[in-house]
Design a protein around this ligand. Structure first.
Ligand code: ARG
Length: 255
């Protein structure tokens, strides 16, 4: 009996060791050895990442292309819903998360982030004829968000009546079709998607301001350190500013 218990214990310990090894993010040497950086993204977030035919394009794609060039590896992009980006990076299924990801203290408990490269804001989008004029008017109103985003967390924490959608376009459609009274989303994405012209407007009052970074699994500390060096150089020498200019966007540099 004792032997069996001992065997079971050994088996459990071995499984734990192997699974915890399995969820470690790649080191710099491992990425270089693989010759590629596998990046997870939810390409429904213009101007940061969106589909153009079957290609993912956007500001973050341009930044990561330059980072991969410096690292001497190929940039390989995998597309999925936003919440799968976060869970996939955390479990080291992918090397990196690129999705206009806000760096938050809660997320930092579960994964690594590069330094921030941009400061975004969460905005409230409503129909042009809406009487909602700011945050305070959202009480008791139905609000759409993308699942797992900071908009989802923030609006849920504020006790709002939240409807979450896996795809950003569906969160917007919920507003245009009148299923909800407001849509909370990041500012530059809101600007682009409102320009598509569906009788929507963006309110002046921000919900929050938040920094964007790229996400990695624990274990990738030296990789993140190397990427930070490259990223900060691209920020300091004006390359990131130039990329925003090329996309016709205003660049807000982190302090
Ligand atoms: N910045 C927000 C967050 O991190 C929203 C990001 C949504 N990104 C996307 N590619 N759909 O939660």
């Amino acid at each position: 009996m004792k032997k069996i218990i001992a065997l079971i214990l050994v088996a459990v310990m071995l499984t734990l060791t192997f699974t915890s090894c399995g969820v470690k993010g790649k080191t710099l040497a491992e990425v270089k050895e693989a010759g590629k950086l596998v990046v997870a993204t939810s390409p429904d977030f213009p101007p940061f990442e969106e589909m153009e035919g079957d290609e993912v394009v956007g500001i973050e794609v341009e930044i990561l292309k330059l980072i991969c060039k410096e690292l001497g590896v190929e940039l390989v992009i995998e597309t999925m819903d936003f919440d799968s980006v976060l869970s996939g990076v955390q479990s080291a299924k992918y090397d990196c998360g690129m999705s206009g990801i806000t760096v938050t203290p809660d997320r930092q408990k579960n994964m690594l982030f590069t330094d921030a490269y941009y400061v975004a804001a969460q905005v409230i989008v409503v129909k042009e004829d809406s009487t909602i004029a700011g945050k305070a008017d959202l009480k008791g109103k139905k609000v759409s968000v993308q699942t797992g985003t900071t908009a989802d967390e923030g609006c849920t924490d504020a006790g709002l009546d939240v409807q979450a959608f896996a795809a950003n376009a569906d969160a917007k459609a919920a507003l245009t079709t009148g299923k909800v009274d407001a849509w909370v989303v990041d500012n530059l994405t809101a600007l682009q998607m409102v320009e598509e012209g569906d009788g929507l407007k963006i309110l002046d009052e921000y919900m929050t301001e938040e920094p964007y970074g790229f996400a990695f699994a624990f274990g990738s500390e030296d990789l993140v350190e190397e990427i930070n060096k490259i990223l900060n150089k691209l920020i300091e020498d004006g390359t990131v500013q130039k990329i925003f200019d090329d996309f016709g966007e205003v660049y807000v540099k982190p302090e």
